[in-house]
Design a protein around this ligand. Sequence first.
Ligand code: DPM
Length: 390
Amino acid sequence: METNGNGHNQEGSIMRIGSRDSELALKQTYMVRDSLQKIHPDMKFEIVTMKTKGDKILNVALSKIGSKSLFTKELEIALEEGTVDIVVHSLKDLPTTLPDGMVIGAICEREDPRDAVIMHPKYSGCKLDSLPKDSVIGTSSLRRGAQLKRRFPDLKFESVRGNLNTRLRKLDEADDYAALILAVAGVVRMGWKNRISQYLDDDLCMYAVGQGALAVECREGDTNTIELLGQLCHTQTMIATTAERAFMRTLEGGCSAPVAAHTKITDDSIELKGGVWSLDGSEELLKTQSVSLQAADSTDGMQPPAKMAKTSITLCGIVPHPKYAENMTKAHELGVDLATALLEQGAERILKEAKAANAASAPNVPPKKVTVLSESIQEKEEEEQTVQSS
Ligand code: DPM
């Protein structure tokens, strides 16, 4: 993998940041750019926007399109080709296995990771349990659908696609949906916090792995950039999301699987609750495990992040931060252990059936032709698709 060798952390150098062009993606990219600009006042940051497959296919439920890197692939190609140096993503949109040569150099402090209910204006004072019977809730997430069908059998769930602006318009300007379920993080970043009628705690709806956190992806060998990104990393978010991603990866769940997490982290311990559901929510497997963490590592004698990055492996794509690499490794083991325990209790069958039921539930979309810009990324994706459909 080639780097452009600009020496980004030198005065006056330019770093190019790739982003999807939706309003939410841009807002998230501005947040990361502003943090970087604060740390490096002498550097210049340029934003390069592009559309991804997930942005272009708007009429089909996400879970039906059948690719794990829907919102990320075009950006990763730009990264590989050196058109951009870093890419900002919602962590939950990043597959737990990244394309060869790509790593997550930083995960920033997590926003509230929960899901929220956005009511149609005519139900503004309501909660899910006070909506009329047969009210239609808009969500394309199998994870949300499965959990909420279980808890609210009198409600109906229908797919809704499009970026957040489109969805809110579909809610407000028609009578098709009584409410939408969206991540608090996205709603807050869009400036719509006042539209949240209900926050869903883990007893009602556990969140997606990585939800609420922003990740910065870069080239594996770009040690200057990795070092620079080290300062953006948020300790507890890095540790918590490492556990969640390890859980997801061990289950082999993609964004089309009803898998969810709930993590509690303090300075000295992490507790991970994981869940797997059948599509209709009739089956539920839940398990919680915890592990103690080490007191904040001493920085004495530590290698700088760039050196560390060269020698160490990543954890589900995340470059371990040298100051708390050990705690990230413990968190990773926790995620693997929890998933293994659920697999022993039958999670594999539930997920297999959920995937099969999802694939059979609506007409299949003919695969869209994608221009092959990068052999390695394309091959990797095909591999993933084969794994998914097997
Ligand atoms: C993924 C899912 C959704 C997004 C599936 C899930 C929601 C799809 C839908 C993996 N990515 O959560 O079970 O509702 O139809 C997405 C959102 C954000 C990042 C929007 C949202 C914002 C929150 C964040 C779409 N990706 O979930 O409301 O940064 O974590």
